[in-house]
Design a protein. Structure first.
Lengths: 552, 108
């Protein structure tokens, strides 16, 4: 009986001890113990892929690895580093420099590919490991670096898109992370009857751009060749579909490699088409002629007596070659790119209309193109206009614009008078496959169809009977205008430093493309007619073939 | 043994027979529960193992998919096609249709 009682007391004591321990765990240290078996995992979303208009990828994701070492677990560090170097070829000295015996963890190499990882794994060295992460891969290399942008890191070390599409649509591309809360046993296996909560995230959206990668490549090759041939400092080619505002290609050189963006200076990241302003020079002239035609202040067959320089206050306006041709038509003003002729057109149009059309064409405000980094050009206030400003603005001096603003404004001339918003994204596709199409935005109509038809014809005449002879594709009607703008340095124009540009479109009767070519400070010739214009016609010839546009 | 004693024993026997059945039944039920419990536990462990295996496989397949995607797009890239075309001599043999030689183009 006594032994039975002892056993009873023992069991009672044990049960009591267990109860106290359970009470302690649940009441005071629940967090500590729950952490051991309740595992919360962040499900990282997959960043969206960027395709061209034909659904061919420009940017995809790729697994990459960081090779790390735990020096305290490494037996023979000297031979290990030697073996690693035999596979990675980054230099034993470099590896030794990174290796620090006093640390628990050191990164030895980053950006390793799967093949390299497999080779290193075969070495079977205890104390080496890999950290996996996802990074962007560009199958077409830096074909559209400025336009696409790149993915870098923010201050917390998380991925973030910078510039271009990556920057503008960062949140959409990034997606939303999910959470997985599971109870796990001591071996890390899920406890089936335990908590299994999954908060579903959402992968980033895929983007289909308006860019055609064939056109983009052609533009890239053309501008790189032009910079080399004409010894320019930089240059850009932008091709837009004038009826919809879809950007078909946009390339500036020099550019950068988005996969190794960290090797480039910040100045390379800026897209000059949307982030730099310039004085447009003569390529602005057709805009004023169209405005004057639209307001019925002039007729295309009106004549102007070009007899000499025009005096405005203390300034004299001259033609580019200081030659004067007597009676010339409005079309000839464009053909000969006559500055004094344009002052006449501006005078006919009137000061209020000049201010009105500047705003109507969209100067002084952003075009709202869906690319990160767009700037707005400065437009002087109404009270700041002087008589000389009304004169110089007609031939593209005393006003600064971005290239994308110029393209938006010129689209109005060739598409029947509509202001269309330029854009680079055609479609967004969610993880579930739902596609959201981006419809072209026609903002308003500011020119009549008749005005558009007339100015197109005048620009066709300008190309065919202009100051220079170009290699125009036979059987096609191409229109365009040259622009040579001297660069203002410390308030004065330097005749040897110019921005040479050409804006052209085709076919004239039903424009399918509008192209702006700009060359910054070409050395072989300062004139756009001898630099940018030939580049435009090369590009136009390729576009006619690429888009199967038949001759007439 | 008188009549009363005999009848008392019979009553006791009648009472103890269902008690035995009850005890045996209870033991069987406990045994079944115990076996069931062990089986469920073993199954859940097996299921956990399967989940872990599947999770690993999914990761592996995803990784392979990413690698294959990269290889496919690299092979299909214009950069690569250009290199291959040059190697095979396609660019020299057949240039684009000339816009200035449209009779030839039409004849094709």
């Amino acid at each position: 009986m006594k032994r039975l009682f002892t056993l009873f007391v023992f069991f009672l004591f044990t049960v009591f001890a267990i109860l106290i321990k359970l009470f302690y765990i649940q009441a005071f240290s629940g967090d500590t113990y729950s952490g051991n078996y309740l595992r919360t995992t962040r499900i990282a979303p997959v960043r969206g892929i960027i395709f061209d208009r034909n659904k061919e990828p420009l940017v995809i994701n790729q697994s990459s690895y960081t090779l790390f070492a735990e020096p305290k677990n490494l037996e023979d560090s000297f031979n290990t580093l030697k073996e690693i170097d035999s596979i990675l070829n980054i230099g034993e000295a470099t590896l030794e420099g990174r290796f620090d015996k006093s640390k628990d963890w050191v990164a030895l190499a980053r950006n390793l590919e799967e093949d390299q990882k497999k080779k290193l794994e075969k070495l079977n060295i205890h104390g080496l490991g890999f950290d996996e992460y996802s990074k962007r891969y560009y199958p077409e290399a830096s074909i559209a670096a400025h336009l696409v942008g790149f993915v870098g890191k923010d201050e917390d070390g998380d991925d973030i898109g910078y510039f271009g599409v990556e920057g503008y649509y960062d949140k959409d591309l990034q997606g939303l992370p999910g959470l997985l809360k599971t109870e796990r046993d001591i071996l890390g296996r899920p406890i089936v009857i335990g908590t299994q909560n999954k908060l579903k995230g959402e992968n980033g959206r895929d983007f289909v751009l308006t860019i055609d990668k064939r056109t983009q490549k052609m533009a890239k090759e053309a501008i790189e060749k032009a910079i080399e041939v004409y010894k320019a400092q930089s240059g850009c080619i932008t091709i837009i579909e004038p009826n919809t505002g879809e950007i078909l290609a946009m390339d500036c050189a020099p550019d950068f490699d988005p996969s190794e963006y960290f090797k480039f200076n910040e100045s390379f990241f800026k897209n000059p088409v949307i982030s730099d302003v310039f004085e447009p020079g003569s390529i602005i002239k057709p805009l004023w002629v169209a405005a004057a035609l639209n307001e019925q202040k002039i007729k295309s067959y009106d004549m102007y007596d070009e007899k000499g320089p025009i005096n405005i206050g203390k300034y004299y306006i001259r033609t580019w070659d200081n030659k004067y041709h007597g009676d010339i038509s409005i079309t000839q003003i464009l053909q000969q790119s006559s500055n004094v002729g344009m002052v006449f057109v501006g005078d006919k149009l009137g000061e209020e209309n000049i201010k009105k059309y500047l705003k109507a064409y969209g100067f002084g405000e952003k075009t709202n193109i869906d690319l990160q980094g767009e700037v707005s050009s400065y437009l002087r206030k109404d009270s700041q206009w002087r008589p000389i400003d009304f004169a110089t603005v007609t031939f593209g001096q005393g006003i600064v614009v971005t290239q994308i603003q110029m393209l938006k404004a010129f689209s109005v001339l060739v598409n029947g008078g509509w202001v269309v918003e330029p854009h680079v994204v055609k479609e967004m596709v969610s993880e579930s496959g739902d596609a959201k199409k981006i419809a072209p935005k026609k903002e308003k109509r500011i020119l009549t169809e008749k005005t558009s038809r007339t100015i197109r014809q005048m620009l066709y005449e300008t190309v065919n009977h202009g100051e220079a002879k170009w290699n125009i594709p036979k059987g096609y009607k191409i229109g365009g205008k040259t622009g040579t703008a001297q660069i203002a340095i410390q308030g004065a124009y330097d005749a040897s430093k110019t921005n040479a540009s050409f804006i052209g479109f085709g076919p004239v009767d039903n424009p399918k493309f509008l192209v702006l070519v700009t060359l910054n400070q070409p050395q072989t010739s300062p004139w756009a007619s001898e630099t940018s214009a030939p580049v435009f016609f090369e590009v136009a010839r390729d576009l006619l073939v690429q888009y199967n546009i038949p001759p007439k | 043994m008188n009549y009363h004693q005999r009848s008392h024993r019979r009553v006791q026997q009648k009472k103890s027979i269902p008690m035995i059945f009850f005890k045996i039944g209870a033991a069987i039920v406990i045994l079944v529960f115990a076996i069931g419990n062990i089986t469920v536990f073993a199954k859940s462990v097996q299921l956990s193992d399967n989940i872990v295996t599947l999770e690993t496989d999914i990761q592996k397949v995803k990784k392979e998919n990413v690698e294959l995607e990269k290889k496919l797009y690299s092979q299909n890239s214009m950069e690569n096609l250009e290199i291959m075309a040059k190697q095979l001599g396609f660019l020299k043999q057949a240039g684009p249709i000339s816009l200035d030689d449209q009779h030839y183009a039409l004849a094709r």
